[in-house]
Design a protein around this ligand. Structure first.
Ligand code: GTP
Ligand code: MG
Length: 197
């Protein structure tokens, strides 16, 4: 699946401008700068497929990527970006939430959490929302190259405990690094389960 072609095919800035329902979709959500775009690049082996940047708020629309005509990967704008104007933030949130709630082909949300930092209120809010919307989400830790094994183990335990409180949370946490490729194969295997034949 991941050896095949992957290309950008649609960007939506408004919820009424989504691509037509088609392939199964897996969406990547998380705080601004957590590493969503970088992870999509690492998964697909394409350095600059999704635009990544150290400047938070890089991804400003829902970006849809066609992976081998079998599954779509959806790069979402990050939440919790303090610098954005309030109206902009609310627009993004409404859009994100509307997409997450209403998309029948959305098979799973990959919810990214930075392994180096504390869980934020906004992360917990999004988990609540996904839970209420009954959208199955899987927590993936990012930037694991930057934490020591012991700290990572503590982090995993903390996040697992939180996942257990949400019926919609898939219980398996995957630790990754887009820099080193750690955990990328594991995540590919998870995503491959949703791909159309
Ligand atoms: P928004 O589009 O703003 O929501 O951000 P994003 O979640 O798409 O983050 P992005 O992929 O643009 O990455 C943000 C920054 O984190 C960039 O400077 C990346 O190089 C860095 N980064 C991403 N993944 C990793 C990782 O696994 N390890 C390390 N060390 N840095 C990473
Ligand atoms: Mg991005």
């Amino acid at each position: 699946l991941f050896a095949g072609e992957c290309e950008f095919f649609f960007g939506s800035q408004k919820i009424d401008q989504l691509p037509p329902i088609g392939r199964p979709e897996v969406a990547f959500a998380g705080r601004s700068n957590v590493g969503k775009s970088s992870l999509i690049n690492a998964l697909t082996g394409r350095r600059a497929l999704a635009r990544a940047s150290s400047e938070p708020g890089r991804t400003k629309q829902l970006n849809f990527f066609n992976l081998a005509d079998r599954v779509s990967l959806v790069d979402m704008p990050g939440y919790g970006f303090a610098k954005a104007a309030k109206s902009v933030k609310e627009d993004w949130q409404d859009m994100m939430f509307a997409y997450l709630r209403g998309r029948t082909t959305l098979e799973r949300v990959i919810l990214l959490l930075d392994a180096r930092i504390e869980l934020k209120e906004s992360d917990k809010d999004v988990m609540e929302l996904l839970n209420r919307a009954a959208v199955v989400f899987q927590i993936v830790l990012t930037k694991c190259d930057q934490v020591r094994p012991k700290a990572l183990a503590t982090k995993i335990a903390e996040v697992e405990a939180l996942a257990l409180k949400h019926a919609a949370a898939y219980p398996r946490i995957i630790s990754t690094s887009s820099e080193t490729g750690f955990g990328i194969e594991d995540l590919r295997a998870e995503i491959a389960r949703f791909a159309a034949p």
